[in-house]
Write a protein that binds this ligand. Structure first.
Ligand SMILES: Cc1ncc(COP(=O)(O)O)c(C=O)c1O
Length: 387
């Protein structure tokens, strides 16, 4: 079989995720303290797990309706209103998906055709670019700058828009930088967007993990909802990564098209997860507060410690990552991270795994216990002294 003839050239040309590459390097090594994962170290709250278990015991093991169960969509509608002031009709504007990941895929696939441009602020999560390419679209990376605390500016947005632009990805709170954008910072972007036909894919998966400021969704700002597709999910807020559950909210015209892709590719999100998610939404606010307070404690600790040992970073206001500057040692981020791994036995992810603008930086996750973080900091400090 000639696989080079068989396989899709677009897929063959996709680069594997830079995060994956680092995880692979890790797997053969002993005694490494990793600060690499992008998922909560908490188990899903017990009352949520128990609801899932009971649903299985009762034999609720069938498909649900394509868009998700009606009780879940009703709860999601109430949740979006209660937490973010967003109004979405449960029957025509909400789709329950397999994680935020599927929601992002649906949004891009419903809009992008060959040649269409997608503006992607970077550094950011790794999937926007490859999904755009799978649709034949053209990713337009925009490097956000440390002097702007890695926020997208109106001037950058305006300069990136062309007659072929169809979509702006707005990745805040941001993985990997921890940057957020407040209402005041989003308003100038809205002014740029208002006179265009550009839609916004707002990836708000970390919306519950902001520190000192409540998250503002761009869709809640005046006149914006009609062009916004809001992606969110249960992975980060409720520590439910393995349940694979997310959702996407958008005007009915867009939802109708996304639902067709979801229907043909997925059928429905996992039933057990959907049933457990209703419990999370009804009785999980306290769990979110507890986990957020714990991340906040770690965030303050790690920022202070990194600063002390000579890896300064701007204060992240969201998600559970810090993004320190590692460019002062005369090597690329990738070399720095490789040497830290091999010589210092600590794994962190080079900023370049997250695209343009990541050079000179590295992502450190603080979704780990303080004890674990302390051990890593001690090792990093020792390593830095050898440079
Ligand atoms: C910014 C961002 N968006 C989306 C996702 C996807 O999350 P999930 O598919 O688990 O909901 C992640 C996961 O790390 C992420 O960091």
């Amino acid at each position: 079989m000639d696989y080079s003839k068989l396989l899709s050239k677009t897929v063959v040309d996709l680069k594997p995720s830079g995060i994956r590459k680092f995880f692979d390097m890790l797997s053969g090594l002993d005694d490494v303290v990793a600060l690499t994962v992008g998922q909560p170290d908490f188990a899903t709250p017990w009352h949520v797990r128990e609801t899932g278990i009971i649903s299985l015991e009762r034999g609720y093991t069938y498909y649900t309706s394509n868009a998700g169960t009606v009780p879940l969509r009703r709860e999601l509608s109430a949740y979006m209103k209660r937490r973010f002031g967003l109004s979405y009709d449960p029957m025509t504007e909400i789709t329950v998906t397999v994680g935020g990941s599927e929601a992002i895929d649906l949004a891009i696939r419903a809009i992008i055709e060959p040649g269409d441009e997608v503006i992607i602020p970077e550094p950011s999560f790794v999937c926007y670019e490859p999904i755009t390419r799978l649709c034949g679209g053209v990713p337009v990376p925009v490097a956000t700058l440390p002097e702007n605390d890695f926020k997208l500016t109106a001037a950058q947005l305006s300069a990136a828009i062309t007659p072929r632009t169809k979509l702006l990805v707005l990745p805040y709170p941001n993985n990997p930088t921890g940057a957020i954008m407040t209402a005041e910072e989003l308003l100038p972007l809205c002014d740029v967007l208002k006179n265009t036909g550009v839609a916004v894919l707002s990836d708000e998966i970390y919306s519950e993990l902001t520190y000192g400021v409540r998250h503002t969704s761009i869709a809640a700002l005046p006149g914006m909802a009609e062009r916004c597709i809001v992606v969110n999910g249960f992975s980060k807020a409720y520590a439910m990564t393995g349940w694979r559950l997310g959702f996407v909210c958008a005007p009915p015209e867009i939802t109708k098209q996304m639902l067709k892709i979801h229907q043909y590719a997925i059928m429905c999100a996992p039933t057990t997860s959907q049933l457990a998610a209703v419990e999370a939404l009804k009785n999980g606010d306290g769990d979110i507060e507890m986990m957020r307070a714990e991340y906040d404690r770690r965030r303050k600790y790690i920022v202070e410690e990194l600063d002390r040992i000579g890896l300064p970073c701007f204060e992240p206001k969201g998600a559970f990552y810090v993004f320190p500057y590692v460019g002062a040692f005369g090597m690329s981020s990738e070399t720095f991270c490789e040497r830290l791994l091999n010589e210092g036995r600590v794994a962190i992810v080079p900023g370049t795994a997250f695209g343009k603008g990541g050079e000179g930086y590295a992502r450190i996750s603080y979704a780990y216990s303080v004890k674990h973080i302390t051990e890593a900091i001690e090792r990093i400090e020792k390593f830095l002294k050898t440079l």
